[in-house]
Design a protein around this ligand. Structure first.
Ligand code: ADP
Ligand code: MG
Length: 569
């Protein structure tokens, strides 16, 4: 290990030289109580900034074991440290000057969700901590300005590190609150399972967001309050007894007039698979963490998915047991989304009529009378929803603003009225009973065959040999490896660009090492999940350094990404 003074000497020597001389700074340097590691040096001042990490030994960082040992509190602590470090670094960004990205200090910017990120990793046991960031190494034109880099590495960074990465200097009260919230959220998830609930929405929760482009809570929103009949009290280790709406497993309908808050409730449930930071309003909105939002997704590619429980006997004779298309329709895409979510192990479907294909969701009686069932390839979701709950143990929460037929199938009906829920199950059932004759002479539906999940994809020699396959993220919308773009815009529970990037690396890893013509999709996704669980997100990035902008996605999104890859066959 070199000393910080050696780095300083080196930097003084290369001042005014051509930019490539910065390459020699790569390496590790002892800076007082931490190690500075220059992992990758950019090629020129306009290229992606250099990758740097700060390593602090657990003994020196000093965070209490109760914050670093359990996975959920560790993730929450790391998230809090990133936010804190980012706030510190912000003051210094571009304080050092020069051309291009000179002087840039960039750290991950987490949103409202608490995710596991490569930007900060803490090792259980030792408590060793690593924080990753990007720095634009300063230059004038393409001439090194090492005085400015010395400013960053020897003044700015040590201050940021001192203020945010050591327990003794931290806002200890805040970190204790972060830990307690993580423990409470964890306890709610455990109680959902014990009480056979699909989701919980606490009284007082703020569900709507500030705007379509801001994920912060809406100001002066109507706070959520559970209807008496669906209220449950959960005993949490720190928040004490918390009352809220418990949505039982089974089939739940959310109805109500337009603009009364139905989609807002469903959106909050979609996000409830993640934990939210204090002040978000959704801290205690917790959903079964395997839940998958299901929607229509015209145009997506489908590779060998067995959609026969919904679609059979297509006019062109296409095989729906291993359905392949490069351009799915509304109904086939939604069918594939359901079956693939089953394959990914979901226990809860979340569906909004607004984003569904009508012919996938229902067929009304009149249509069934006019167009004979023999001529209709689609068995709508309404005819499978009970079977999915009873046989497969997969619940559904469905927003239905216009279609009453689901009243027959629902275990619970919630009506949103002026942003407040009321339970109207009895009323809905009574009204539905008066129309019961309409469905009476319907032929019985045969049970669906269990979908075949054994989907195997060939190994790709080209991919395996191409070590330099580039992963490129396009926000949350897509990720491309080489020129192969995977559209993820409608994978709505991807909440962060960094998850999309991580999926890109996972797909690349799967193409290079996992798809071998023998393992099926479940094995491949399972191996990716396991690898990241055991070794961290870095395990799927085989480059010389670990990018500082990756967030761990759920296994459901890993499947979603693999399933949308057009180059698998
Ligand atoms: P629906 O799906 O029933 O038509 P939305 O959920 O889209 O209704 O909500 C309509 C509007 O009301 C949105 O602009 C949303 O932000 C706002 N809204 C939703 N819930 C609340 C609330 N609790 N307080 C205030 N405004 C809300
Ligand atoms: Mg709506």
């Amino acid at each position: 290990m070199k000393q910080a003074s050696e780095l300083q000497d080196l930097l003084r020597r290369i001042d005014h030289k051509g930019y490539p001389a910065y390459k020699d700074t790569a390496g590790r340097y002892q800076f007082g109580t931490y190690v500075l590691s220059i992992d990758h040096v950019q090629g020129d001042p306009f290229a992606a900034p250099s990758k740097v990490s700060i390593l602090v030994e657990g003994k020196k960082a000093g965070f209490p074991a109760e914050m670093t040992e359990k996975k959920h509190t560790r993730t929450a602590l790391a998230d809090a440290l990133i936010r804190r470090f980012a706030r510190e670094a912000e003051q210094y960004s571009h304080k050092a000057k020069g051309s291009g990205k000179s002087g840039l200090l960039s750290v991950s910017r987490p949103g409202q969700e608490v995710l596991e990120r490569s930007a900060c990793e803490i090792t259980p046991g030792s408590g060793d901590l690593i924080l990753r960031l990007e720095i634009g190494f300063p230059a004038n034109g393409r001439t090194i300005n090492s005085g400015e880099l010395i400013k960053i590495l020897f003044r700015f960074l040590p201050e940021c590190a001192q203020r945010s990465l050591y327990y003794k200097n931290a806002d200890q009260k805040h970190l204790e609150e972060v830990r307690r919230l993580a423990e409470d959220q964890y306890a709610i998830r455990a109680q959902l399972r014990e009480r056979k609930l699909a989701a919980f929405v606490a009284d007082g929760a703020v569900l709507p967001r500030e705007s379509g482009i801001s994920d912060r809570p809406m100001k002066r929103a109507v706070a959520f309050r559970s209807p008496e009949t669906m209220a449950v009290e959960l005993a949490l280790p720190y928040a004490g007894s918390v009352r809220g709406m418990g949505i039982p497993q089974g089939v739940t309908l959310i109805v109500g007039g337009g603009y009364h808050g139905k989609s807002t409730l469903l959106k909050a449930l979609e996000r409830g698979v993640y934990n939210h930071i204090a002040g978000d309003g959704r801290e205690y909105v917790i959903t079964d963490d395997s839940a998958v939002k299901i929607r229509a997704e015209d145009g997506r590619s489908i590779q060998k998915t067995d959609i026969s429980m919904f679609i059979n006997g297509l006019p062109n004779g296409r095989d729906t047991k291993a359905f392949v298309t490069e351009d799915a329709s509304g109904s086939t895409s939604q069918a594939a989304n359901v079956v693939e979510a089953m394959e990914a192990g979901t226990k809860l479907f979340l569906i909004d009529e607004d984003t569904s294909a009508t012919n996938f969701m229902i067929r009304d009686e009149l249509m069934a009378r006019v167009v004979h069932p023999n001529m209709e390839p689609i068995t709508p979701f309404i005819d499978r929803v009970e079977e999915l709950a009873d046989t497969y143990g997969i619940s559904t929460i469905l927003v239905a603003g216009s279609c009453g037929s689901y009243f027959y199938k629902a275990d619970h009906v919630i009506q949103m009225m002026q942003y407040q829920p009321a339970e109207i199950t009895e009323l809905a059932k009574q009204e539905a009973a008066r129309f019961a004759d309409m469905t009476k002479d319907k032929p019985a539906l045969s049970a669906a065959a269990r979908p075949a999940f054994h989907r195997v994809f060939a190994s790709s020699k080209k991919a395996a040999q191409n070590e330099r396959m580039k992963v490129k993220g396009m926000g949350k919308d897509a990720v491309s490896i080489d020129r192969d773009t995977v559209e993820l815009r409608y994978v709505e529970q991807l909440v962060d660009n960094e998850q999309t990037m991580a999926l890109g690396y996972m797909l690349k890893y799967a193409k290079q090492h996992l798809f071998d013509g023998k393992r099926d999709m479940q094995e491949v996704a399972g191996l990716l999940e396991q690898l990241v669980e055991e070794k961290g997100i870095g395990a799927v990035c085989e480059g010389r350094y670990l990018p500082c902008n990756l967030a761990v996605p759920r296994v459901q999104e890993i499947f979603a990404c693999l399933n949308r890859c057009r180059s698998l066959s």
